[in-house]
Design a protein around this ligand. Structure first.
Ligand SMILES: [Ca+2]
Length: 435
């Protein structure tokens, strides 16, 4: 499979220098984009082409990922099968039967002569919706074994059945809803694969048949309720995780990075990050805690014998708070950054005061805002003692992965209970006294 969808339109009409803006519900700004035009494709951008290019890449098909027109769903599938017989013996042939990504596994099982087990370790397995594509290799002109394919994505709907396709033009990820006002279009894809001639008015009965079939398939495929919420709403809606949410998380150095979905959620709330460290002599430096990248993230680090915190707001602005006193030396020091939320502007974007502490001694404070959505779609997890992948800031004192040196990090706690910092500090000291 060359892809799981068509070229994507997430760059919007003007393109983007950071796709995480889209995922945070923050519109791209043309002036900012133009200022970065020479950086596109480099390490300083997480760029995405404008959706006009998505349409061009999908030519001759219409639209792009998120829509059920062929521009959103049709992809090349290349099969290499040296020992194949029948029509495939000629090699290099094209096949035009209608198939879907869900047909890959049934094809492999069929080709290997393996029957899928009905149960594994006592657990009944889901049925396969797919059908084998093996026959297409051996019989070029055989009719499609797949008769129907159901589609529903982010508010758009479509169904292919026996050479015809019905599809809606609903604006995806729009929050518009009003699904009853959707217009269904009808295409005879056997003769019009580019979906240029809407035959809905000419063949209303055929259209009605396909729309009815869509509803039947939607029921079978658990497609209700229909959902066209924004990317930000979908991504920030809590979903079941292996570990239930807690008020406090402890993280340790020399471990793998923690994926964002499993890491502490600091979005739109107060939080405190406290590192328990031993610093035997002045000269410690590097990252105590980091999560995210230059395209969005935050980090607590030591540089020039001072404590620093940076919150990189979706790659648009680095908000830095710099400690005003030299670091103390000793054992079981607690170096902290505490964000006290006092408002939202706009909704979802927290505003408040970020304070830095050595123990209970406040050494800096400043106002920051925090981003409403995720730091990244994948990778760029939470780290202690280093910042893996892309760094949150270019301000770190040492080279990638910006390890903490000159001291020992025992653990880093992130508290999201909302309790005031002074109480947390007292509690932490009491806990250390008991250890
Ligand atoms: Ca990183």
């Amino acid at each position: 499979m060359v892809s799981d969808n068509g070229a994507s339109g997430e760059g919007g009409p003007d393109g983007s220098i950071n796709e995480m803006l889209f995922a945070n519900g923050i519109p791209d700004d043309m002036q900012t984009n133009l200022a970065m035009i020479d950086e596109l494709g480099g390490t300083r951008t997480y760029n995405h082409y404008p959706n006009g290019w998505a349409m061009a890449f999908n030519t001759p098909f219409k639209m792009w990922k998120r829509y059920e027109f062929n521009g959103g769903t049709a992809d090349p599938c290349i099969i290499s099968w040296p020992s194949a017989t029948g029509d495939a013996a000629g090699r290099g042939g094209l096949r035009h039967q209608y198939h879907h990504a869900i047909d890959i596994v049934p094809t492999i099982l069929d080709t290997l002569g393996v029957e899928a087990p009905e149960t594994i370790k006592g657990h009944v397995q889901s049925r396969f919706d797919g059908v084998s594509m093996r026959y297409t290799v051996e019989m070029e002109s055989a009719p499609s074994a797949r008769k129907t394919q159901f589609y529903s994505m982010l508010g758009s709907r479509g169904i292919w059945h026996d050479g015809w396709k019905a599809v809606t033009t609903h604006p995806t990820l729009s929050g518009w809803s009003h699904f009853n006002d959707d217009t269904w279009e009808l295409y005879h894809t056997d003769t019009d694969r580019a979906e240029l001639r809407d035959l809905g008015a000419e063949h209303p009965d055929k259209l009605r048949e396909l729309v009815n079939l869509w509803y039947a398939q939607a029921g079978e495929n658990d497609a209700f309720p229909l959902d066209d919420r924004s990317a930000l709403e979908i991504i920030t809606t809590p979903r079941p995780q292996l570990a239930a949410p807690q008020n406090r998380y402890a993280y340790f150095p020399d471990t793998a990075e923690v994926p964002e979905q499993q890491a502490v959620n600091v979005r739109n709330r107060s939080y405190t990050i406290g590192a328990l460290v031993d610093i035997p002599a002045p000269g410690a430096e590097g990252v105590l805690f980091a999560h995210g990248s230059r395209f969005g993230g935050h980090a607590l680090y030591v540089k020039d014998n001072r404590l620093h915190y940076v919150y990189n707001f979706v790659g648009l602005v680095e908000q830095k708070i710099d400690g005003t006193e030299d670091l103390p030396v000793g054992e079981n020091l607690i170096l902290s950054a505490s964000f006290d939320k006092d408002g939202e502007d706009p909704p979802g974007v927290s505003t408040g005061v970020l304070s830095l502490y050595h123990g209970d001694n406040k050494v800096a404070e400043g106002r920051i805002r925090t981003q409403p959505g995720m730091f990244s779609l994948a990778g760029e997890g939470l780290c202690v003692g280093r910042d893996s992948g892309e760094a949150v800031t270019a301000d770190y004192p040492n080279g990638s992965p910006h390890r903490f040196t000159g001291g020992t990090i025992k653990r880093v706690a992130v508290d999201v209970s909302g309790d005031p910092y002074v109480d947390l500090e007292r509690e932490a000291q009491a806990m250390l006294a008991r250890e």
